[in-house]
Design a protein around this ligand. Sequence first.
Ligand code: G3P
Ligand code: MG
Length: 248
Amino acid sequence: MLSTLPRLIGHRGAKESAPENTLASLREAARQGARWVEVDVMLTRDHQPVLIHDDTLNRTTSGFGPVPDLTLAELKRLDAGSWFDPRFASETVPTLEEALALIADLGLGLNLEIKPYPGQDVPTAEIAIATLKRLWPPDRPLLLSSFEVPCLEVARDLAPDIPRGYLLWEPPADWAAIADRVGAATLNVHQDRQTAESVAAYRATGRPVLAYTVNDPQRAQTLFGWGVAAVFTDAPGRLAASLGNGAA
Ligand code: G3P
Ligand code: MG
């Protein structure tokens, strides 16, 4: 699964050029040459998995308030593109089902980040995994990830064969024990917090290190020099062009 991990992963699709976590953003990532994309999944009030990053609708849709206040039908009436650019006015918040179909059609690998609304760790992971099992082609590259340890535990128990990435922001003192316990295949760390030493410490656990979010080619080069395996970027095409052959 991870053998096809590219150096560059499109973050929320291609967030620099299209509204994040929309179908347009996924198409744009593919158009720019990305081979994998990362998207965030959360549940609606009626427990439908959809692609959205924030806990509220305010920033990335025409709606307001917490994501789980709305049913899928209500959410689908919102405009998820105009905030970015009027030409994306027809974009809606995609269901996970719609996104999986498109990502597979585009021939991309997927990092699905389980991004539960607070208090919804277990159902979000359970439903995301059930949807993947139903719809994601078993031969296509897939990495599940989460900042929330309970989500990774659900993933370990329900889908042990899908590799799991442990997302870290401020690593807890016992991050290595947690990574062992959840059976993390990768450590997905904040790029800004890294040094040669920190990356070496993560790599010493035997896991590839992925860093988010890198939009500066020089920074990407530095991180790769420290042994980072891949970076999440809002601009996969621009970074690939700057980094040269083989970067994507
Ligand atoms: O999965 C990498 C990255 O997306 C994690 O942070 O906040 O952009 O979801 P965030
Ligand atoms: Mg994410």
